[in-house]
Design a protein around this ligand. Structure first.
Ligand SMILES: Nc1nc2c(ncn2[C@@H]2O[C@H](COP(=O)(O)OP(=O)(O)OP(=O)(O)O)[C@@H](O)[C@H]2O)c(=O)[nH]1
Ligand SMILES: [Mg+2]
Length: 316
């Protein structure tokens, strides 16, 4: 098995876009080769910096990612971009917009862009995104940018896998700071107030500062606030500088590994849960689930012993 995968992995690692695309699809769909592929790729991963970008719908995340990507390309860095669309995959304007805007880069093999819409898929969105990031990482990308709409737990889980998390806020949307989920606010390493060409950017900044004065981070980093007008390319260099200074801080304080250990503690439990559940489910095939349910419903069996039995068999 490993044997067969080798030429594919070599092509992928030499940066061939088609080999990369196929690997990502395999992992996304949890195809039969998925586990073998990830096992073989994992040792080659761990070098890329992962940057999560989140914020309310329409905050300008794609525009900002696009601008950042341009800047990093000028520095000669290679990128992988994952746009996670949590709701409607190919019907909404967002992804279409991404496609059009990002066409600029299409001729550039130094940028690989993937839109993902895998909600409800096996293994969950966060896990799939993490695995896709591993593939991109192993393919030798310097930087992986993940865009998510900051609305739910999945997004919190996704951005948690990033080394650096950027939260976008925009003025003029009422109580911006309050409308973004508290969980997202807490994980911001850097705030960007985008659309600063609009009225109210100062107010948002004051709100963020007020909130920051209440919460002390365990790593003692104080998240900077960058004002930007992504559509005009303003504030991008400042953002890149803020990212670089947080990166330097992570390195100095040895935080990358710490954060990764924390992430893996959760990811391992999740992977175990998936694997165990899959094995347990195998015990319930061939109509056995219905049969057990009927037996329990008719009080012919107690569910507690039954579950113990299933777990024991699944573990064999
Ligand atoms: N005025 C203004 N408009 C902006 C700015 N940045 C982005 N926009 C516009 O805002 C709209 C949404 O931008 P996107 O980059 O698609 O926002 P997004 O956060 O990726 O949106 P979703 O992926 O749908 O959540 C587009 O029309 C952009 O041109 C900005 O700084 N100022
Ligand atoms: Mg977008």
């Amino acid at each position: 098995m490993k044997h067969d995968l080798q030429p594919w992995i070599e092509r992928l690692r030499s940066g061939e876009p088609r080999a990369l695309a196929r690997a990502i699809s395999t992992v996304e769909n949890r195809g039969p080769e998925s586990a073998g592929l990830l096992k073989a790729l994992f040792p080659h991963s761990g070098k890329a910096r992962i940057l999560g970008m989140t914020g309310a719908p329409g905050a300008g995340k794609s525009t900002l990612v696009d601008q950042l990507a341009k800047l990093y390309r000028r520095e000669g860095k290679t990128l992988g971009i994952i746009a996670v669309d949590p709701t409607s995959p190919y019907t909404g304007g967002a992804i279409l917009g991404d496609r059009i805007r990002m066409q600029d880069h299409h001729a550039d093999p130094g940028i690989y862009i993937r839109s993902m819409a895998t909600r409800g898929s096996l293994g969950g969105l966060a896990r799939t995104t993490a695995d896709v990031a591993t593939v991109l990482d192993a393919s030798g990308r310097d930087l992986i940018l993940i865009e998510t709409v900051g609305v739910g737990q999945d997004e919190v889980d996704i951005v948690r896998l990033a080394d650096i998390t950027v939260v976008l806020l925009v003025p003029g949307m009422g109580d911006d700071v309050q409308t973004i989920k508290a969980g997202i606010m807490e994980i911001a390493d850097i705030f960007v107030i985008n659309k600063s060409d609009r009225e109210g950017a100062e107010r948002v900044e004051r709100e963020v500062r007020a909130m920051q004065s209440l919460a002390m981070r365990t790593d003692h980093w104080s998240p900077p606030i960058v004002k930007a007008v992504a559509s005009e390319g303003k504030g991008i260099e400042e953002l890149a500088a803020a990212i670089a200074s947080y990166e330097a801080y992570l390195k100095k304080e040895n935080l990358v590994l710490k954060r990764n250990i924390q992430n893996w503690r959760e990811r391992l439990v999740e992977m175990l849960r998936d694997a165990m559940l899959e094995r347990a489910r195998a015990q319930l095939g061939d109509g056995r689930a219905e049969q057990y349910a009927a037996e329990v419903a008719q009080h012919k069996r107690d569910p507690y012993t039954l579950v113990e039995e299933i777990v024991r068999k699944a573990g064999q």
